[in-house]
Design a protein. Sequence first.
Length: 534
Amino acid sequence: MRFKIVSTSLLLLLALTGFSQIRESNEKEIKKNLAFLADDKLKGRAAGSREDKIAARYIASKLSKYGFKPLLGNNSVVPFEFIRFRERGKGSILSIDDTDLLENIDYSVPPFSASDQIRGKLAFINEKEGADSDLKGKIVVIESDLDSIPFKITALRDRGVVGVFFFSKDSINLEKRSQSSGTSIPVAQISKETAQKIYSSQGKDVFYKAVVNVVKGKSYNVVMQLGIDNAKRTILLGAHYDHLGLGGKGSGSMNPKIKEIHNGADDNASGVSSVMEAGRLLAKRRGELKHNIVIVAFGGEERGMLGSRIIADTLKKLNQSPALMFNLDMVGRLVENKLQVGGVGTFLQADSIIRKVNKDHNFSLTITKDGYGPSDHSSFYTDGVPVLYFTTGVHKQYHTPFDDIELINFSGLVYVTNFITSIAYNIASSGEVPDYRKINAPATPSMASFKVTLGLIPDFTYEVGDGFRAGPVTEGKPAQIGGMLTGDIITAINSKKVSNIYDYMARLGELKKGDKIVVDVRRDGKEIKLTIQL
């Protein structure tokens, strides 16, 4: 394959001076850091846990010893709040014609239900119920499985339904907690036997009080810098340090029925320990660097890239977005010298630099161009920052309790760290700024399931119930062309209410390509109408 050599000042400078190779990664230091993070004592580093904070403080302490100091204010460990889970509370009531049903026997309150109390008439319906049926003010009973019901709520609420009872052939679910978003109206799961008993109660008065508590927690971003004097720009090296804790249903575990410590040695203690070592090596060469070096250990990645989204937004508002972001996610299982590198099309010089540095490493590289994907680099790329993403790939222990330190290829991790540090050093010491390039996001299964897409990433940190907040808005897509900005809260589409992500997905499902829609958004407290062409 032939590669076009682009003549730029950065490539010219590197061609004249040669590429410097870093070969000094300390396997003992990497192993020490990884072993601490992946130890059973940290119980899987779940976001919001006590161990989450211990891990963050450990990372910050080690980086401080390497010569790094806080970037944002005086704190190296920067907290942020997020919704840990929704939990069924005490005091729920379901009464039909003044007869109380028994909670956890006749019915249960799913944690995704809205927390509210309602009165209405009972009405049984089925999936084929005509849209002209009068359901205004009624509490409907419908047959549905547990996973599907949240996506049916919007259409029912649009028809005036104030509450939903559902049943299936399965037993009622008694789990108290869920990480799902909340619905806009109260929901109860009733047993099939209960549904049969109350079938003759249609038209009778119903009172339902659903008690669901939203439990918030704190996670952390470790954000530290070398503080290079008169630095032209910043190069950020990052990796998420959180994992799945004890696993279980809704955690993302591939074995959700097993509640055991998910140590996440590869995912992503490997990435964090590699980034820390890269920081140590670059700190030794600080006098040779023309760009500042920032190291970030992100919290909450497993909950939807929460920490990286906050840092990307914060740096952008402070006009401190990095010139380039490196993301390391699962780099500890090198096999046959195969390394995957993403983001190679996000800045003009990337492909040539990576291949030149690799001449001394001889990795078998798998290269992708775009800067998107389910990891922290996408938070930065959607904000206009070039990115490079490194991974040794997924394996059968991914998101299981068996991703342990015994399976880490430490000699391979040293080799990967040397490679990544060499790339960062050559760019940082040149003083040149990578030339950002925009690449459209590839189609994903979730996008393909809809006929249209606005071109935005949901902000999963927002769960107030008064709208759906847009995360990064992709350039050149309908939302951006129509004037939508990251952080806009969508409250309606074509005058149809949007309260949460379920409503948003339901509204998208009603649209087709070519439609011109009106989207109501709230921005900085002001109500704005946007006309968007799909």
